[in-house]
Structures are given as structure tokens and as C-alpha cells.
Ligand binder design. Structure first.
Ligand SMILES: [Mn+2]
Length: 425
């Protein structure tokens, strides 16, 4: 193996110009910020390559969010490639399902530092440093969106004297939460003789194998929804004497998180607001912003006010009003989810021979019945199948979500039954 040190960045799933569904009605400002977030993350990636003075960048697919409607994404990507060219950074791109080669391409004359892998079979491109080949980059692109065949079989190491990197968009191990495009198995990758498998497709960062070979998903550069919580970024990789070290580097502009606040100990609305703001202080980032899904939970005095008097809506407005989303360090509440309950002694009511007691007994039995749950699940999921296109914009509820709906139904029922009592107090 040639003894020259080099550095590269492994990125994937940039999804440039991703639209962030579901924000249209609330605020134009936040909508614009989210629309730009994938581009800010892209700039962060380009800046990282320049600041770290890397030799090259590999991208394992899904540069654009849409294969066709992506002209803004293509021009922004072009600008980034020009900046890398000016800084002597080469780029190797394998396209994936979102940016497959069958899609629209603007008439862009790409700078010479950028190589796009073709879709016929894996190509191998040598990378020279100081006149010597120090690495060989292999890659293949998707010719169309729906690639179901294994693309990894055709990857071959031709020389063990160089550091071999494979760049491919693939579902390793056929993960069910991702489309099963170009599936392959970890065991295959281990056996192929490569030094580094630069993968894309899975949006959650994961090191599948730590060394010899490194097999990694950097995850996407910017999260787009609540399913993609936490840090997002790329891998900065350094190779010396054939040994690989790597570090995860954040690129995201906006971070998605789930926040939980209990109402159990709280007596008033102000106390609740203060408790939430305290949490905001802890999560407020230096740069960019946080999009939070706020869960209110626990049994307490405030439940009635929140559900019956519309305090939940006011609370959401108050929390949003004071945030300047154009500035770094904003916290935007995406939605407020009530999982609170009445402050009642459920055990006491359960013992009672009253309508409330009967209701709680029936509800309790129903909630525990597997058969009932399967029935509810079947009819709920049917809606997502029946209504054309719904599945594209809203994902069907998970078992956990469905169960929380059923819990909520019990609370609503309870509230109706106890209404007069509560209104009297
Ligand atoms: Mn993707």
C-alpha cells in the first residue's frame, strides 16, 4: 500500500430542495427557512471540505430530492462544485433513487473536478496525489428510480496496492423502513476486499463495520421531518499507512427533536410556560435552529384547561410568537401533542358501581385486547391505502401512535362523563 496520507469526506442523501411537507399553513418565515435548510447544510458540507483541506469528496446518492423537478438544486450543486474546484477538491458522485440518471438534467457544463459515475457497471477512477495513485474510487449510479437488483456484486478490487473506496446507494440487509433499492448483505461487503464502503440511502447515521473494511452510512445532511431526529452530517475520513480514522461532522441547519413536559406538578398556565421555556434554554443551539414536537403528559390540574378551554392552542401560539426564526438559535414548536389526563383517582372510580366505573372497566379491557387492537389497526391503515397519494405526504401511524390514540379516546370519554362535575368546580 502506498504510504501517502490523504483525507476525504463521505456524504450522502443531501436531498437538495426538499419541500418539508406540512408547514404551509403556519408561518411563511419558517417555511422559507426549512426550504433553504438543505442548501445551508450543503454549504456547511462544502465549507467543511475546504476548511479541512480534504483531497476529495464522495457522495453516495440522492443529491436532489426529486429526479425531475430539481433545477434549483442542480444550480446550487453546481455552485458548490465550482467552489471545490477553486480549492482543489475532487468530487465523485454515485446517483441513487432520488437523483437517478433517467431524470431531468439541466444543461450545465460541470467543472472538471467532478466525476459522475455511469449506470452501466461499476467504474474505477484512480486518485493521484503528488504524482502517485493513492486511492481508487469505484462507483455506479442508478439508471432509474426503482433498482431492485444487487449492484454490489459487480464491484471488484483490481489492485490491492491502493486504497479502494466503493461508493454506492444501497439498502444493506434489506431494512424494512427504507425502500429495498439495490439490496445487498453486510457479509458480501466484508468479503470484497475494499477498504471503505461509502454508502448512501439510509438517513440515520450508522457505522455498519468499524474497520477493514469501514462500512458506513453518514446519514442525510439535513433532516426533513420528525422521524429524522438528532444530529445530521457527514464523515471526515483520514487515511494514513492504509489505516482509516473517521469522525462524524454535523452539517444540519435545523435539528428535529421530541420534547416532553409533564403537567403533574404544575398548577397554572404560567408555570407550564416557564417550565417549557426552561427546556428551550437547554436545547437552544448556537447556530441554526431546533424544530420541536412538544408532548405534554401526566395527570394534572391543567388537563381540563388544555383540552376543554383551548389553552393548548393559545400555548402553541405564545411559544411560537416569541421566537425570531430568522436568527440563529430559534426553537420552533412544530406541533403540540396532548397526552395528559384528568387529575382523578382512576383506581377509586374503577371500584365504583357507577357509569364512570363501568366505562373505565370496559375501556381498560378493550385497550388490553390484542384482537381489538388488530381490528382498529386494520381499519385505520385502510385509509392510507384507499386515499390515493395520502401515503406520499403523511406516513401511516405506528403501533405506538395508534395505542396513544386509544388512550386519548379513553380520556375524552372520561372527560365527557365527568363534565358536569368538572364544570362545577
Ligand atoms: Mn435518501
Amino acid at each position: 500500500m502506498v504510504d501517502i496520507k490523504f483525507k476525504f469526506v463521505h456524504a450522502a442523501d443531501l436531498h437538495l430542495d426538499s419541500p418539508f411537507y406540512g408547514f404551509s399553513a403556519e408561518s411563511e418565515k419558517i417555511q422559507k427557512i426549512l426550504r433553504d435548510a438543505t442548501f445551508v447544510a450543503f454549504d456547511n458540507l462544502i465549507n467543511l471540505c475546504i476548511e479541512e483541506d480534504v483531497d476529495f469528496l464522495v457522495i453516495a446518492g440522492d443529491i436532489y430530492d426529486e429526479a425531475n423537478n430539481n433545477i434549483r438544486g442542480q444550480y446550487k450543486f453546481y455552485e458548490g462544485m465550482k467552489r471545490l474546484e477553486q480549492n482543489g477538491v475532487k468530487v465523485f458522485v454515485s446517483h441513487g433513487n432520488h437523483d437517478h440518471l433517467g431524470g431531468y438534467r439541466a444543461t450545465i457544463k460541470w467543472p472538471e473536478n467532478v466525476h459522475f459515475f455511469s449506470c452501466e457497471k461499476p467504474q474505477e477512477i484512480p486518485f493521484y496525489k503528488n504524482g502517485t495513485v493513492v486511492a481508487s474510487i469505484h462507483g455506479v449510479s442508478y439508471p432509474k428510480r426503482d433498482v431492485r437488483e444487487n449492484l454490489v456484486c459487480d464491484f471488484k478490487v483490481t489492485s490491492q496496492d491502493t486504497y479502494n473506496i466503493a461508493v454506492v446507494h444501497t439498502n444493506v440487509g434489506g431494512r424494512s423502513d427504507y425502500e429495498n433499492y439495490a439490496p445487498c448483505k453486510k457479509e458480501e461487503l466484508l468479503k470484497k476486499g475494499f477498504d471503505y464502503w461509502a454508502l448512501g440511502h439510509v438517513h440515520k447515521h450508522e457505522i455498519i463495520n468499524p474497520a477493514k473494511p469501514v462500512i458506513a452510512y453518514p446519514g442525510n445532511t439535513q433532516a426533513r421531518n420528525i422521524k429524522e431526529t438528532g444530529s445530521k452530517g457527514v464523515l471526515l475520513v483520514e487515511v494514513e499507512d492504509g489505516n482509516t480514522s473517521y469522525e462524524f461532522k454535523e452539517t444540519q441547519y435545523v435539528t428535529w427533536i421530541e420534547l416532553k413536559q409533564s403537567i403533574t406538578e404544575l398548577q397554572s398556565g404560567e408555570e407550564l410556560i416557564e417550565a417549557i421555556l426552561k427546556k428551550f434554554t437547554k436545547i437552544r443551539p448556537q447556530k441554526g435552529g431546533v424544530i420541536a414536537r412538544l408532548y405534554l403528559e401526566g395527570r394534572g390540574e391543567l388537563h381540563y384547561e388544555l383540552t376543554k378551554k383551548g389553552f393548548d392552542k393559545v400555548l402553541l401560539e405564545l411559544l411560537r410568537e416569541q421566537e425570531e426564526v430568522e436568527r440563529d438559535g430559534f426553537v420552533w414548536v412544530e406541533s403540540l401533542i396532548l397526552q395528559t389526563g384528568l387529575r382523578i383517582d382512576k383506581a377509586k372510580y374503577l371500584q365504583e358501581a357507577s357509569i364512570v366505573g363501568d366505562f373505565l372497566q370496559v375501556a381498560g379491557k378493550t385497550l388490553q385486547s390484542e384482537e381489538f387492537f388488530e381490528k382498529i389497526k386494520k381499519s385505520a391503515l385502510q385509509i392510507y391505502e384507499d386515499v390515493n397519494k395520502v401515503g406520499r405526504y403523511i406516513s401511516p401511524p405506528s403501533d405506538e401512535e395508534l395505542k396513544s390514540w386509544l388512550q386519548e379516546a379513553e380520556e375524552v370519554g372520561l372527560q365527557y362523563l365527568l363534565e358536569d362535575e368538572l364544570d362545577a368546580t
